[in-house]
Design a protein around this ligand. Structure first.
Ligand code: NAD
Length: 313
């Protein structure tokens, strides 16, 4: 299968490398000039726990990819949320009537964005527990293991999605066909919508956050706001299950010592965050349904304030 990775940062590098190792034709699309240059010069380095590999993968900017790459079977979207629309505008020419797009971004609202560029029956949505980081341009750090859930938005696309599942299985990506991917996306958004923003603003890791006496109240209130808005969108979130999923991350033997990706992006690297697609999306959707979401609104504003103070790019 010919696969393009639209947004070949940390996660795109992981998925791209694993699919390439399993024998698929993988093309990377990215906008970061230093990353493109490093991969062209030295290949993409994947530092796994047990081995380091270097893969000579082709990489193009979105403007370059439209030349001669119109036969891509699957585009895997892995930009940051705020980069998704511009990426798909620029690569629109490689999306034919038979091209499928698999969205693996965190956050909410991507269905609306992708539906502008791709027929609904060709869109697959998913969530993943895999993680990835970048040590620098062209160099991905790939520890741990994970799995991927996926489901196509319209039933007509299921046969192709099952083929994607086979390919992902061969690559060791542990995929499963989900029977309710929208629910999984909202549940993951609850984890990101509590830990990401709060650890970033409170300047703490996950275990430190969990040790605070107000931790339970904060996550209960935020998840409560997510649940009311999810309900207006037809999704019945199990709040107790979502709270349990957040609290399960506090353990220092698992993820407790970890600083969420938003913390790393903003506090360490002064990069803009995905807050508008997590708490900000709940706030915005809440306004549409006339539902008050003051904690999500406040957290979104605080994170944007911090972005301004740090001159995040
Ligand atoms: P990323 O920041 O590594 O990459 C996203 C884009 O930003 C890429 O185009 C990349 O080249 C560019 N970029 C990265 N570092 C840069 C820098 N220093 N300067 C300029 N550009 C830079 O993002 P990611 O972690 O791969 O996340 C992609 C999506 O996957 C997001 O929606 C994220 O929430 C989700 N996700 C990530 C992980 C993870 O562990 N990284 C896990 C699950 C889901």
């Amino acid at each position: 299968m010919k696969i393009a990775i639209a947004g070949a940062g940390a996660m795109g590098s992981r998925i791209g490398l694993m699919l390439h190792q399993a024998g698929n034709e993988v093309v990377l699309i990215d906008r970061w000039p230093e990353h493109i240059q490093a991969i062209r010069e030295k290949g993409l380095i994947g530092e796994f726990e047990d081995q380091t590999i270097t893969a000579k993968l082709p990489i193009y900017s979105p403007e370059e990819i439209v030349e001669g790459h119109t036969n891509v079977d699957l585009v895997i979207a892995l930009t940051k949320s705020m980069q998704l629309e511009a990426m798909f505008k620029d690569i629109n020419a490689i999306i034919g009537k038979d091209t499928f797009v698999f969205c693996l971004l965190n956050g909410l609202g991507h269905e609306e964005t992708l539906s502008k560029f791709v027929a609904k029956q060709n869109i697959i949505f998913g969530t993943t527990t895999w993680t990835a980081g970048l040590a620098g341009p062209g160099h991905a750090k790939l520890v741990g293991t994970g799995s991927i859930e996926m489901e196509n938005l319209a039933p007509e696309g299921k046969d192709f999605t099952l083929k994607v599942i086979d390919i992902f299985k061969q690559a060791g990506l542990n995929p499963i066909y989900s029977d309710n991917v929208r629910y999984s996306i909202w549940k993951k958004a609850c984890i990101n919508g509590t830990l990401n923003g709060l650890c970033t603003i409170l300047d703490c890791n996950i275990a430190e956050f969990g040790s605070m006496s107000m931790a339970r109240t904060l996550i209960e209130t935020i998840i409560g706001e997510f649940a009311v808005v999810a309900k207006a969108e037809g999704i019945e979130l199990d709040q107790a299950q979502a709270i349990e999923a957040v609290e399960a991350t506090y353990d220092v033997k698992t993820q407790g010592l970890h600083y969420p990706s938003m913390y790393q992006d903003l506090i360490r690297n002064h990069r803009k965050t995905e807050i508008d697609y997590i708490n900000g999306a709940v706030w915005q959707k809440g306004q549409k349904y006339q539902i008050q979401t003051p904690y999500c609104a406040f957290l979104t504003q605080l994170v944007h304030g911090k972005e301004e103070l740090l001159n995040a790019k």
